[in-house]
Write a protein that binds this ligand. Structure first.
Ligand code: UD1
Ligand code: CA
Length: 468
C-alpha cells in the first residue's frame, strides 16, 4: 500500500461552542437527543466514516455536557472562551491546524442530517481542483436564517451575506450556505486572521472567508447538496421535531427496503442502531430504541415499546407490551399488556400473557405464564405452567431472593412463592397456596387453610336480624 501524500490528508473541525439562544434550554442544544442520541453525535458518527486524521471539536467553556456526550469519540478539544462567531470559533482550532496540511472540513454541530456521501464529495472536490475553499450550497424555498450566496456575473461565488446583513433584494435569494465547507489547510491558516467583525452581529463570520479568498485571487467553488433535507440546521425546538420525523422516516424507509413491513412509517420510531429482520411486521405506534435486534418474521403490534431488546425469529409482541434489556426466543408470544422489565432470558415457544411482569428471570422453552403474574429473580424450567395470579415474593424488605421452578412444574392460580424457595421437577402447587418451603419432585404442595362450611348459617343470620 502506498502512503497517502501529505496534501491528501483530511481533517475535520466541528464547531460546538455556540450559546443555543433560540433553543431556550438550560443545556446546550447539541446534547438534546435526536433519534435517541445527542444531536452532536450524529455529525461525529459521519465524520468517523470519512477516514480523517484529526477531528477537532470547538467547545464553549460551559460545554461540559457536550464533552460528556462525546466521551469515547477520538477527538481533540479546543475551547472558545467567548462566543464571537463561527469564524472566531474556527480560529480557536488554529493551534492544532498549524501543524497540519491537506484539507480541513469545517462543520457545525447543529446540522446532523448531512449524508456521508456529500461530505466525501466536499473533500474530493477540494483535492481534485486544488481549491482554497469548497462550499456546499442548496436551493431552498425557505432561505430565512441561512447565509445567502452572492455570485458574480460569471456565476462564480463572490460572498455570503448573513440573514442579519441582507438587503430586501438579497432576502429573496434562494441559494444558501448549507454550513459545510472544506478548506485547503494552508489557505485557511493564511486568511482566517484577516476576518473582521464589521457586520450587523459584530461577530467573526466564517462565511466571510469566501469574499476574503476571492479578493486575494483564491479559488472558491460551490458544490450542490443532494437534497434540502440533508442540510437542515437545528436552531429551535420546531426544527428539532422536524429533523426527528425526517430522520425517523429515513430509518423506516431503510428497513422497508430490507424487507420489513411497516404499516404506517410516520408513527413508528426506530433508533438508528436498531436492526430488524425481513418479513417482520410493525404496526402503527411502535417505539423501538437503543441496540434492539429483531429477527425475521416477527410481529410487533401497536403501542409496544422495545429498548435494547433481542427478539429471535417468529416472535409476536402483542399490543401495548414493554420489553427492556431482555432476550426473547424463537416463536415466543409476549402480551398483550406484558412487561419484560430487564435482564430476562425467555426461551423459545414461551407464552407470556396479559398483565404478566417478568424481571431478571430465566424462563425455559414451552413454559406458559398466560395471565396476571409477577415473576422476579426466578429461574423457571421448561414446560412449566404458571397459573393466573402467581407471584414470586422475591423481596423480604432487605434482600432480593431467588425462586427456582424446575421443568414441568404446575403452579396453580393465585399462589405466592415466598423466596428463597425451590419447586422441584414435576411438582404441583395447589391453587391459592403460600409456598414457604421447597416442594419435592413430583409432590403436591397445598399451603392454605382448610375450608369450613357452616351449614344453615345464612338462614340463622336472617332470623337474628328479624328479632332486632
Ligand atoms: C450558520 C452560517 C450560515 C449558514 C447556517 C447553516 C455563519 C456566520 N453563518 O448560521 O451562513 O447558512 O449556519 O446552518 O457561520 N458556534 C460556535 N461559536 C460561536 C458561534 C457559533 O462554536 O461563536 C457554533 C454553534 O455551536 C453551532 C454552529 O457554530 O453549532 C453554527 O452557529 P449558529 O449560530 O447556529 O449559525 P447560524 O446562524 O445557523
Ligand atoms: Ca445553526
Amino acid at each position: 500500500m502506498t502512503q497517502p501524500t501529505i496534501s491528501s490528508q483530511r481533517h475535520a473541525v466541528v464547531l460546538a461552542a455556540g450559546k443555543s439562544t433560540r433553543f431556550k434550554s438550560e443545556k446546550p442544544k447539541l446534547v438534546h437527543p435526536l433519534c435517541g442520541k445527542p444531536m452532536i453525535c450524529h455529525i461525529l458518527d459521519k465524520i468517523a466514516l470519512l477516514d480523517v486524521a484529526n477531528t477537532i471539536v470547538v467547545l464553549g467553556h460551559e460545554s461540559e455536557s457536550v464533552r460528556e456526550a462525546l466521551s469515547g469519540y477520538p477527538v481533540q478539544y479546543v475551547i472558545q472562551e467567548e462566543q464571537l462567531g463561527t469564524g472566531h470559533a474556527t480560529m480557536c482550532a488554529v493551534p492544532i491546524l498549524q501543524n497540519l496540511s491537506g484539507s480541513v472540513l469545517v462543520v457545525y454541530g447543529d446540522t446532523p442530517l448531512i449524508s456521508v456521501e456529500t461530505l466525501k464529495r466536499l473533500f474530493t472536490c477540494r483535492e481534485e481542483v486544488d481549491a482554497d475553499e469548497v462550499i456546499l450550497t442548496v436551493e431552498t424555498p425557505e432561505p430565512h436564517g441561512y447565509g445567502r450566496i452572492i455570485r458574480d456575473p460569471d456565476n462564480r461565488p463572490l460572498r455570503i451575506v448573513e440573514e442579519k446583513d441582507t438587503s430586501p433584494e438579497q432576502k429573496a435569494i434562494r441559494e444558501v450556505n448549507a454550513g459545510f465547507v472544506c478548506f485547503k489547510v494552508s489557505s485557511l491558516l493564511r486568511y482566517l486572521p484577516m476576518l473582521s467583525s464589521q457586520n450587523a452581529a459584530g461577530e467573526y463570520y466564517l462565511t466571510d472567508m469566501l469574499a476574503l479568498l476571492r479578493e486575494h485571487g483564491g479559488k472558491v467553488v460551490t458544490v450542490p447538496a443532494s437534497s434540502v433535507e440533508e442540510t437542515t440546521g437545528i436552531n429551535s425546538r420546531e426544527e428539532l421535531a422536524r429533523a426527528e420525523s425526517q430522520l425517523r422516516l429515513e430509518i423506516a424507509v431503510k428497513w422497508m427496503r430490507e424487507g420489513v413491513t411497516i404499516l404506517n412509517p410516520a408513527t413508528v420510531y426506530l433508533d438508528p442502531d436498531v436492526v430488524v429482520g425481513p418479513d417482520t411486521r410493525i404496526y402503527p405506534g411502535v417505539i423501538i430504541e437503543g441496540q434492539t435486534v429483531i429477527g425475521p418474521r416477527c410481529t410487533i403490534y401497536s403501542g409496544c415499546h422495545l429498548v435494547d431488546a433481542v427478539l429471535e425469529e417468529d416472535v409476536v409482541v402483542d399490543q401495548c407490551s414493554v420489553i427492556r434489556r431482555s432476550r426473547v426466543g424463537r416463536g415466543t408470544t409476549v402480551g398483550p399488556f406484558a412487561h419484560l422489565r430487564e435482564h430476562c432470558q425467555v426461551a423459545e415457544n414461551v407464552r407470556i400473557g396479559n398483565f404478566v411482569e417478568v424481571k431478571k428471570s430465566v424462563i425455559g422453552a414451552g413454559t406458559k405464564a398466560a395471565h396476571h403474574a409477577y415473576l422476579g429473580d426466578a429461574e423457571i424450567g421448561r414446560e412449566v405452567n404458571i397459573g393466573a395470579g402467581t407471584i414470586t415474593c422475591n423481596y423480604d424488605g432487605v434482600h432480593k431472593n431467588k425462586t427456582t421452578i424446575e421443568d414441568q412444574v404446575f403452579v396453580g392460580s393465585d399462589s405466592q412463592l415466598i423466596a428463597p424457595v425451590t419447586i422441584h421437577r414435576g411438582a404441583y402447587v395447589a391453587a391459592g397456596s403460600s409456598i414457604t418451603d421447597d416442594v419435592p419432585p413430583g409432590a403436591l404442595a397445598i399451603a392454605r387453610s382448610r375450608q369450613i362450611n357452616k351449614e344453615g348459617w345464612a338462614a340463622a343470620k336472617t332470623k337474628t336480624k328479624e328479632k332486632e
